[in-house]
Design a protein. Structure first.
Length: 118
């Protein structure tokens, strides 16, 4: 039985002054379960898209970056797992485009490099 403890209150107070301690059972959802949630459909999660291999080099040249200088996204990231359901296995070293809503511009694109799980 897996439990997680969540401590509410100021973390700098002594333990006897902590407001509440709750134990939450880890909610396990099995793959293929009808109740499984697609994180990409959530309103607060930005759009993720696999960049085609042919376009990767052009994007890096346009941005003036090297592949290793891109921000990273872990292969175990929930958004990446959802992309793998559509595109199949996504190899380490591939680029992901993250498109966010922006207040000043209509949208902002960011690129991330897939790295292996820890």
């Amino acid at each position: 039985m897996n439990h997680r403890k969540v401590i509410l209150g100021n973390p700098h107070r002594p333990v006897d002054r902590v407001t509440s301690v709750y134990k939450f059972k880890k909610r396990g959802t099995k793959m293929g379960n009808k109740d499984e949630i697609n994180v990409l459909e959530h309103g607060l999660v930005p759009e993720h898209k696999l960049v085609p291999k042919e376009e990767e080099k052009g994007i890096l040249e346009k941005l003036g970056l090297k592949r290793e200088n891109l921000p990273k996204i872990r292969k175990s990231d929930p958004a990446l797992r959802e992309l793998e359901k559509v595109h199949g296995d996504i190899n380490v070293g591939r680029m992901i485009e993250v498109k966010r809503k922006s207040r000043t511009a209509d949208s902002a694109k960011a690129y991330r490099l897939v790295v292996k799980r820890d």
